[in-house]
Ligand binder design. Structure first.
Ligand code: HEM
Length: 458
């Protein structure tokens, strides 16, 4: 195949570099080939990385035609989410499943989640010890896991949910560093040699989660679900074109997808946001001014609309996008991109990380500067932390609202400080990018200037 800008180092070396240090790998490659390059990191097969906005636009606006997004190319995730997840489906089945999954993450349901998110944040924060180094990444995960469990199951109380929370957290810990995630990239490591190897630990954690999910599905099959609006109930009520309901294993795969896609990513993004806001005190000050001006107990939806808070969250998702790449698209017909001919069968991805570091779009791209989002508007192909096209993230609205509400609740109620002066750097966490030190913070106490006082004195 006549691939554009092929990187010449041996495939194994490149794969190891990509797994161990994805940011270093992408930046080094883009120095050589700024807009588009071909990397042999798929077991020797090439993946074409693209970070030019016009080329990304061409791909994502034609990804049911010239660049299809088949589920099969996401096989790397199947040990976790199975083969019947929306991420693995194609064509019309994929479209229908998305139509089913999208409504619970939009409109009226989002209003209900707003209050819930603020309450859960207050609960988790009130249980944290004062004046001791805490791991913000874990605190954020505690919040985001409870939010997604509530959205997916409608309730998340009782022994089964406690066990589910513990098992999911245990599973997430396995992906904490590049080594723990390596079996996803090297299938030959998927051999059960007991709990001293990552794959063995993964299998045991997965089996615990599966038992709990299947038990919940079995219980629900005995219940009347007609008035319920949680996602599991909606999925259980749906029928395919032959009138058949989803099987237990199909339900399990979808639950796994939503539970993992829906909380790991958001928790990482929130930990980054807390880091930046406390790393740059002037950002915190500006945010507090904006939040305090809303008065005491503001409506969650008015928080979500705040411009500076939105800019802070956008800048967080720009600088170290939790998802570095879009899912893979496959070329279906001969096409030219940025002057390079692409042939049918080639695998291409939008490289979100490199797109977000283009100096022509984001000058001094390594600086955290929320103002850039107030000074100009970026197109959906210049700023795209949630991808785009046929596989655009279905949880975007929930994730963004959650980031804003958690940040607003924490900042307006507590005084925090970073507990480690070393800068956080981006590090692989499974297929995502997280802060290397997991953001250590200290809660110094409750904030003394409360919003109501600010209004009275103002
Ligand atoms: C900050 C948080 C999040 C980020 C950065 C993120 C990012 C992404 C990206 C980049 C994609 C691929 C899009 C593409 O290929 O064009 C994606 C897909 C997806 N996301 Fe998210 N996501 C986040 C939160 C969530 C949440 C909260 C949920 C669920 C509640 C979710 C569920 C999904 C699903 C199911 C897909 C696959 C869609 C499909 O295959 O059609 N994500 N996400």
């Amino acid at each position: 195949m006549n691939l554009p800008n092929v990187l010449r180092a041996p495939s194994l070396l490149q794969t190891l570099h990509w797994v161990a240090d994805p940011v270093g790998y992408m930046e080094k490659s883009a120095q050589q080939y700024p807009d588009i390059f071909s990397a042999p990191i798929l077991g020797g097969k090439h993946l074409v990385f693209i970070n030019h906005p016009q080329a990304i636009q061409e791909i994502l606006t034609s990804d049911r035609k010239r660049f299809i997004a088949p589920g099969e190319v996401n096989r790397i995730l199947s040990p976790l989410i199975g083969d019947a997840s929306v991420i693995m489906l194609d064509g019309d089945r994929h479209k229908r499943r998305r139509q089913l999954l999208m409504p619970p993450f939009h409109g009226e349901r989002m209003r209900a989640y707003g209050k819930l998110i603020c309450q859960l944040t207050e609960k988790v924060m009130s249980q944290c010890a004062l004046a001791q180094p805490l791991n913000a990444r874990s605190m954020m995960q505690e919040i985001s896991l409870q939010v997604i469990l509530e959205a997916v199951f409608g309730v998340c109380e009782g022994e089964r949910f406690e066990q589910l929370r513990a098992s999911i957290t245990q599973m997430c810990e396995l992906f904490r560093n590049p080594l723990g995630a390596s079996f996803l990239f090297f299938p030959w490591m998927q051999q059960d040699l007991g709990t001293w190897m990552p794959w063995g630990r993964f299998l045991r954690a997965r089996s615990n989660i599966d038992k709990l999910l299947y038990a919940e599905i079995a219980d629900r099959r005995q219940q009347d679900l007609r008035d319920r609006v949680d996602i599991l109930s909606l999925l259980m009520e749906t029928r395919d074109e032959d009138g058949q309901p989803l099987s237990d294993s199909e339900l399990r795969d979808e639950l796994m997808t939503l539970l993992f896609a829906g909380h790991e990513t958001t928790a990482t993004a929130m930990a980054w946001a807390l880091y930046w806001v406390h790393h740059q005190p002037e950002v915190r000050e500006k945010l507090l001014q904006e939040l305090d001006a809303l008065g005491a107990n503001p409506d969650p939806m008015s928080i979500v609309r705040l411009p500076y808070l939105s800019a802070v969250c956008n800048e967080t998702l720009r600088l170290y996008p939790v998802a570095m790449l879009t899912f893979t698209r496959i070329v279906t017909e001969p096409v030219e991109l940025l002057g390079y001919p692409l042939e049918p069968g080639m695998s291409v991805v939008g490289c979100i990380y490199l797109l977000h570091h283009r100096e022509d779009l984001y000058p001094n791209s390594h600086e955290f500067r929320p103002e850039r989002f107030l000074e100009r508007q970026f197109s959906p192909f210049e700023f795209m932390p949630f991808g785009g096209g046929a596989r655009r993230c279905i949880g975007e609205a929930l994730a963004v609202a959650e980031m804003k509400l958690v940040l607003a609740t924490v900042l307006s109620q507590y005084q925090l400080a970073l507990a480690d002066s070393r800068p956080e750097v981006p590090r692989r966490r499974g297929v995502t990018l997280g802060p290397s030190g997991r953001v250590k913070i200290q809660i110094l106490g409750q904030r003394t200037t409360r919003p109501s006082e600010a209004i009275v004195s103002g």
